[in-house]
Design a binder for this molecule. Sequence first.
Ligand code: ATP
Length: 370
Amino acid sequence: MAEAAQSLKPPEPAGQPILQLRNVDRIFDSFAAVDRITLDIYEREFFTIVGPSGSGKTTMVRMLVGMDKPTNGDILLRGERINDVPANRRPTCMVFQSLALFPHRTVGQNIEFPLKMRGVDAATRRKRALELLDQLRLPQSYYGKMVTQCSGGERQRVALARALAFDPEILFFDEPLSALDYRLRKLLEKELKDIHRETGKTFVYITHSLEEAMVMSDRIGVMNRGRFVQIGTPREIYGSPHSRFVSEFMGEVNVIEVRGEAGAVVDAAGTRFATPVVAADFDTGTLVVRPEDVRFVGAGESADNRLTGVIYNEYLLGSRVQYQVRVGEGQTFLVEKLRDQMPPGGPGSAVTIGWDARDSMVFPASRLQQ
Ligand code: ATP
């Protein structure tokens, strides 16, 4: 029982690194698509690489699976240099968005393919394929079904079953869910997290979507322009972003351009904001507040920072509602609340909004020249 409970815990990054990058570059002409990256990925970890289009995610994963080689630096698998080991001789497997299934074969034939390549006998292959169907929550009756008769979500599960049949030590995923509709994607995200835990393999996943990364990952690496700008647990990345870029990548945020003078954070109009302590003065920077940390402040209620404005839009987001509040000439604040935390009135109403110093983040862009 104690053992079962333990296996449910996410792996500790303090375990053994399985994959290591040491000063890895990939340079095309003179452009560094991956720029001197050093990184350890740990045994049994679910590590997700997120970043905007063109940040270098695919280039990096192509090197990790052996489809491309670094221009400089080393890639180590359990301490052994693997830069020159081709993809088919690495204990890794890639699941693509395009799936690369054989369309004119059955589900069973697709899943068994890697086993057949290794000369495994038919009875053992079938037994393993049926086990994998169970594991991927597909009925065993699908064994004889043509892949073309499966839905998008089912094909995705078949592709994952086939990848697991290779019995790789590390599975790489390149945006495997991006072509699916929202509901199915949400379901498969959760299933993938369970499958990761059940198989005990190392998963390396790339996506544009930080939301997807947050649901599944043990750690997330946020890439920009060929480098990791922050690596941490989902909680760290969300709660303590190191930069404006990471905080904005996490979703919609309120941003105020500010400067720091004698310990105070001030905007262009001279409004002083209560913020966490800022270490040094700076002449340009940003103050960031998440929409869910801004509240409507009623008479007699307190908030470290207060602004008055007018609600001019409200958007229903399901269980939450987002309000756009115009607080000054052309300046808009987003406020996101649960449906039962309604503002005093609808669009057109004058409101006071506020937030506490601890709920804001300050990112100096350039230090004041002393
Ligand atoms: P996306 O999310 O859009 O797939 P990405 O983060 O995976 O983007 P990459 O495909 O790794 O980004 O590309 C990173 C940069 O390297 C881009 O500017 C791209 O144009 C460039 N690049 C990638 N492959 C090559 C190549 N073979 N030759 C030249 N430039 C390349």
